[in-house]
Design a binder for this molecule. Structure first.
Ligand code: GLC
Length: 805
């Protein structure tokens, strides 16, 4: 079943059937003021923290799925019939109710029509603002005058703290009140208390925590500030009492607060009326200023334009036109937008993440940076600097970087306080090693070579140049080696479900370290640090020998060793006898010999591939748990326990392009491209325009179903595999290499790419149907030698013609 389509021109996904198999979401604003909205206007908002700054309530995992949300009810005051501007919560019969939800770049728009009344409702957070706007335009398309009432509705939390609001009812029910003033519902929490520490605003005397919900464009004819009165006894959001009978001007005292503002309007045939609802965590003074800004409603149009211009300009730095529309939709809009969302929001808030992770996971964040590198290298640099400042002076990364991170003053996993505060009692083996691929991509993208010498503090004490940080990251692994002289797996490596411990070893981390040596050697050579080059080359050689001696088994790499010297991921094991991460990383790191690369990737294809992507290991564990293999916690076929874990799919695609298999790389990409599932959306369930964390694998009764939408490292790995692997755009210190690896039936494709402030219009021709290889490059009419387009030859605008062969 199909529920919508991609509108490439407007960079939107348009939901045409609102009864999607799961709430299909969009992200508005930023964590300064964050809003999540589904295709039925369900969702929530928060200020600064999804866990502590929640202002709209949302009931996760409840039977009334995807409620509440940002509702606008429309009622015909003559016949009493009513519906909502989004299909839910009233849920009219879809034969009579026509609706489209346009999820765009940081806005969502609902165009609905019922009984001759069209509503066009736009939700967004203005750029760099900390409140949200709901604008609705209602048009009478019937041939008689109509009397309507429009009621905007929001259910407030009684505490910004999500857990307190949900469970501590003996307290939170008795601290909130609402008022109606100046066409707004104002909610006060702890109204008598001065100097609270929350993100919400307080009044002019510094008292209370305040939120507002206001109406611009019409006087409120009636209001409610008490949720239970609004909904009415034994009713729900599909049939609230205050919609059936009209709002009753009842305010909250000692139960639950809401904002409901009813506007009564009359429309002649063909006539339209616009209203704006505004919501934010402001006390009266700030709220009135915001309301004043919307006295002229046309400000909404300019704010929407501003948002589109902002986002489209970012995304337009890399646009492709290939024979595969589904790939184009993802590279040009959705995968790119998801990369920004994961970068900005980390794992803060979604319909699964309730906001309780109050910080940035080290490995996730350093990987997320790669996804936006080609679109906004400066933004990438800022975050990279933060992450370098979260490296402990022993070279390891802090597993969780708190939102209030203070470089130079942080406790570390060596201090019991850190574990108690963050829930991360120990180092993970991979964290700081992610810096290498991310940092080298930054320097090569930006050309900012001086960054290598920038001095950045360590998390706990001391400071050092970026170069020094890299050296210490290597040292961290060298100081924690196991019996085979491979890096220890510690509390986890990339795989959270693999606890190899202080002496058990991880081949995945060994490959990461191998890549780290490569990157370090490249940088040290360029700096002319011969001793360091020699040091790292020797270590690389030793590691290579170790891997060859201990980690290769006929046609695959093993996953590691336990402290008891048991082999994980051996081909002779009963469970999990082949793993995806080491096979892909053996290639990405350059540690696999060419014949091993081919054998290992063929093995993946043979043993792990499914029609929805490659499983992370196989067979899943389906019996007694194992102390090291924590994934046996999960149902077999699920998540790390043999699920089609999405993040490594990008590694797989990239690895195949590195060995020149364009056909197979693209086959894998098609399997996991969300857009490929647009026609089969019931199987995938989650959005066909964003990646999720994993897909249930072959032996699941729900094979192909996706989970944990939006906030996943998949966005960045897959984007890198598309940009650098399939499209082949690989920045180098001195220029740009464009070396695509494509299916052999792509005869022609093109792309536009910004590189260090210069624009390139690239045409690629593939007359002989090869998968990889460059026969010639013509830059601005002149053939160039070699495969690299030198930076110094680039003008402001450039035409590049590449012929593969
Ligand atoms: C989740 C975590 C990520 C981890 C992955 C594999 O996606 O956020 O940190 O690498 O699972 O376990």
């Amino acid at each position: 079943m199909k529920y919508g389509y991609f509108d490439a021109e407007h960079k939107e996904y348009v939901i045409t059937r609102p009864d999607t198999p799961a709430p299909w979401a969009n992200y508005l604003g930023s964590p300064e003021y964050g809003a999540i909205i589904s295709g039925n206007a369900g969702g929530y908002s928060f200020v600064k923290s999804g866990a502590n700054g929640r202002i709209i309530r949302y009931r996760f995992n409840s039977v009334m799925n995807d409620q509440p949300g940002r509702y606008i009810y429309i009622k015909d005051r003559e016949n009493g019939d009513y519906w909502s501007a989004s299909w839910q919560p009233v849920g009219k019969d879809l034969d009579k109710y026509r609706t489209e939800c346009h999820h765009g770049t940081a806005y969502s728009r609902f165009v609905s029509e019922y009984d001759g009344i069209e509503s066009d409702t736009l939700y967004y957070v203005p750029l760099n603002k900390t409140y949200e706007v709901w604008k609705t335009k209602v048009t009478n398309k019937s041939d008689k005058p109509r009397k309507l009432s429009l009621t905007g509705y929001v259910e407030f939390t009684n505490s910004g703290n999500y857990e307190q609001d949900s469970v501590n009812l003996q307290y939170t029910l008795f601290v909130s009140k609402t008022y109606f003033r100046n066409n707004m519902i104002l909610q006060a929490i702890n109204e008598n208390i001065k100097g609270h520490a929350g993100p919400d605003d307080s009044d002019e005397e510094g008292r209370g925590i305040w939120r507002f919900f206001g109406l611009a464009g019409s006087e409120a004819a009636a209001y409610d500030g008490d949720r239970d009165t609004f909904v009415g006894k034994y009713r729900d959001y599909s049939n609230p009492r205050s919609i059936e009978n009209g709002c009753s001007n009842t305010l909250n005292f000692n139960t639950n607060s809401c904002g409901a503002l009813q506007a009564d309007i009359e429309l002649a045939p063909g006539e339209s009326k616009e209203l704006v609802y505004l919501l934010g965590a402001y006390a009266e003074k700030g709220a009135k200023e915001i309301m004043a800004h919307y006295q002229d409603l046309s400000v909404v149009d300019s704010e929407l334009e501003e948002l589109k211009t902002f986002w489209h300009a970012k995304l337009n730095r890399f646009q492709v036109q290939t024979p595969d529309d589904n790939l184009n939709h993802m590279v040009n809009t959705w995968n790119a937008y998801q990369c920004f969302i994961t970068f900005i929001w980390s794992r803060a808030a979604s319909f699964q993440y309730c906001g309780l992770r109050n910080g940035l996971g080290y490995r996730d964040t350093v990987q997320d940076i790669q996804g936006i590198m080609h679109l906004d290298p400066e933004l990438a640099r800022e975050r990279l600097t933060l992450m370098l400042s979260a490296q402990v002076n022993n070279g390891g990364g802090l597993p969780l970087v708190k939102f209030d991170h203070r470089p130079g003053f942080e406790k570390t996993p060596d201090d019991p306080e850190y574990g108690a505060e963050t829930g991360h009692p120990a180092y993970r083996a991979d964290d700081a090693l992610w810096l290498f691929p991310t940092l080298i991509r930054y320097v090569k993208e930006s050309g900012n070579w001086a960054y290598i010498d920038e001095v950045i503090p360590y998390a706990n004490k001391e400071e050092g140049t970026v170069y020094d940080h890299l050296k210490r990251a290597i040292q961290f692994s060298l100081d924690r080696m196991g019996a085979h002289n491979m890096p220890a797996g510690l509390h986890a490596d990339w795989n959270d479900c693999l606890r190899l411990g202080a002496k058990g070893e991880s081949t995945f981390v060994a490959f990461q370290l191998y890549m780290a040596y490569n990157v370090f050697i490249e940088i040290a050579e360029r700096k002319g640090n011969k001793e360091d080059v020699a040091w790292a080359e020797k270590l690389r050689e030793e590691l290579s020998r170790t891997l060859q001696e201990n980690a290769w088994e006929d046609d695959q790499f093993i996953r590691g060793f336990t402290e008891e010297n048991e082999v994980i991921g051996s081909r002779t094991n009963v469970d999990a006898n082949i793993w995806l991460e080491p096979q892909t990383w053996s290639v990405l790191s350059g540690a696999a010999r060419p014949e091993q690369a081919k054998l290992a990737l063929d093995k993946v294809y043979e043993k792990l591939n499914t029609k929805y992507g490659a499983m992370v290991c196989y067979p899943p564990i389906n019996r007694d748990g194992h102390p090291v293999l924590l994934m046996s916690l999960f149902n077999p076929t699920t998540k790390e326990n043999g699920g089609i874990f999405s993040q490594p799919q990008g590694w797989l695609v990239l690895a195949e392009t590195m060995i020149g298999n364009g056909n197979r790389a693209f086959e894998y990409y098609k399997e996991i491209n969300p857009a490929s599932m647009n026609e089969d959306a019931d199987v995938r369930a989650i959005e066909p325009y964003v990646h999720g964390q994993f897909i249930e694998a072959v032996d699941s009764p729900f094979y192909g179903r996706g989970h944990v939408h939006w906030l996943t490292g998949t966005a960045s790995t897959v984007m890198v595999s598309l940009a650098e692997g399939i499209m082949g755009v690989q920045p180098e210190f001195d220029g740009l290499r464009i070396d695509p690896c494509v299916p052999d039936n792509w005869t022609e494709f093109s792309m536009v790419r910004e590189f260090r402030g210069k624009n390139l219009n690239v045409q690629v021709k593939n007359p002989n149907g090869v998968q990889k290889g460059i026969a010639s490059i013509v830059l601005n009419g002149t053939p160039i030698e070699g495969k690299l387009i030198p930076e110094q030859l680039l003008k402001a605008e450039n035409d590049v013609v590449i012929t593969m062969g």
